[in-house]
Design a protein around this ligand. Sequence first.
Ligand code: KG4
Ligand code: ZN
Length: 332
Amino acid sequence: MLPKNRLILGIETSCDETSVAVVQEGRKVLSCEIASSIPLHQITQGVVPEVAAREQIKAILQVLEIALEKAKVLIQDIDLIAVTAGPGLIGSLIVGIATANMLSLATKIPVVGVPHIWGHIHANLLDQTEEIQFPALVLTVSGGHNDLYLWKKHGQFKLLGRTFDDAAGEAFDKCGRLLGLNYPAGKEVSDLALKGNKNAFKFPRAMRNSPDYNFSFSGLKTSFLYTIKKIENLDEKVKTDLAASLQEAVVESLFFKVQKALAEFEVKEIHLSGGVAANSRLREYFQSKIKDMKLRYPHKIVYCTDNAAMIASCAYFCDFKKEFVSPQLNKN
Ligand code: KG4
Ligand code: ZN
């Protein structure tokens, strides 16, 4: 039986977002504050780790203060501190981890480390009351990870497959850059794609028939680069067609492995999470293919991308050992 009314303070600083949240009973988000250094990374068209870490340091205390204030709680009201332990950028991770450990030392509130990707998976519980019917098949995809999990019950995950190289979000970001879009380009690519023809260009669906649940998106990036090099007049119409064709290749590649898993495992629900789960074509495509099963994705777009509420939720539902947290760069 999970503890009633438990208040968890979540801290997430794995990359370029500094986030602190207060979550009650793993679902009710009392506050979720997010500061982002993305505008700085747009200058360099990608994250510079040192810059991200420096901005984390600048933001963390203020974000913490605002999150407590908005939740209308004092630090003494918190039952547990949950912080992202990894994977992520080491300099960024350390800011959140050091903050969590120091808060714990000063207040005697226990602290636990949470795997970032398991955090993303719990985003589907935020602001939701309906119980998950296990087992669930979870496709979680962002700029840094691209995984397929079987979620057997709370705290129990089986990794079925992941990307051999790039994640789908990375393909959106780098191809978007070739289209002259800003980092991170996923949202802009999907906006462009709305006006484009998804069949205009034929991009590869890598590993479609491989006998496993793994993915690969580096070939798609290369194919996109060579296609664009051959285009003489890269006008707006061509850009929309490129965006739509790219998006379709990503969505179909992701769905193939989900379809394969559905044939092998008996699951009761399908979940999408991570930054790419914000993609409306992905949601629409999955919904059109999955008619007889519940499809979940995060209730709000901010719960798709990096946020601390999902970290607090994960700590509530998984029974992590309470300890001084150290960075876990390869953990899940
Ligand atoms: O989870 P997240 O905030 O950071 C990582 O852990 O990587 O995800 C960010 C990624 C970026 O690659 C971004 O382009 C992608 O999610 N993304 C999208 C959309 N919104 C964000 N990709 C496709 N369509 C979107 N609407
Ligand atoms: Zn993430």
